[in-house]
Design a binder for this molecule. Sequence first.
Ligand SMILES: [Zn+2]
Length: 310
Amino acid sequence: MFPTATRRSTARLKGPEGSPTVVLYAHYDVQPAHASQGWSTDPWTPTLKEDGRIYGRGAADDKSGLVSLIGTLRAFDGKPPCTVRIIVEGMEETESNLEEFVEAHPDLFQCDMFIIADMGNLRVGEPVLTTALRGDVSCTVTVRTLDHPLHSGVYGGPTPDAMMALARLLSSLVDDAGDVAVDGVTGGPWGGEDMTEEDFLAGAELLPGVSLLGTGTIADRLWAKPSINAIGVDTTSIADSSNVIHPVASAKISMRIVPGSDPEAEPTPWSVTSRPTPRGAHRSRCSASRPRRRSWPPRTAPATRPPARR
Ligand SMILES: [Zn+2]
């Protein structure tokens, strides 16, 4: 385990002479479980629901991954047919130092196969191998229209409102169907297994009357086409609002880019420059993480991080 443990505590099980080496990875840190996330059961009490899944803080990400590794070793009674190394990380959800750890201990990562147990399955009881993930390009855009706030009763009308201007900018990033409208960004059909709309909705839990966005199959939209979201907005809060036109508004934009694309060459909103950063590293104002493609197994299995489940 790292970073709290030393190299000596990295687990290793030696297999038969000449057998391949497999590195297994999972992480033991988890995301917070704020009440505002809409938990319907106590996040501190593992709860088996009718859908057959266990709900609790970090159950899916990534305690289940860790348990799956332990279960695999147990299935082989501690004597796997190959040499196994296990890397368990403790800061994956924050500022991961995995890259530095790999650079410091390259021998630990020399292997024939690297399995990351940090994904999920689409349906209870149906194993899934994830073969690719999208990367992300993010940037913060700020709109300034005025030197200082103005009274809307006196100046409203001809005066450009920063938040309204930002809203128009954001809406221009997708077309009427909801597909990304950034010219030239890489996207295409998904060549692997599809996901049904029913399965997607079971995880995404859209509110009644809310429609899905974009065109193509669900798999195309999740795994082979880009997507854009405004993941944060800074403007005047409703509590602090008054009859005032505010001069500035900002939004953080995240664009998911597809496996095989080059984040440095990929077109981005407003042609901002992207700079690849290690996954989990602190992101600067404009940054990107590389989409990752794995060559095995053949792309016949669904590849996804499961929709967040609570
Ligand atoms: Zn995870």
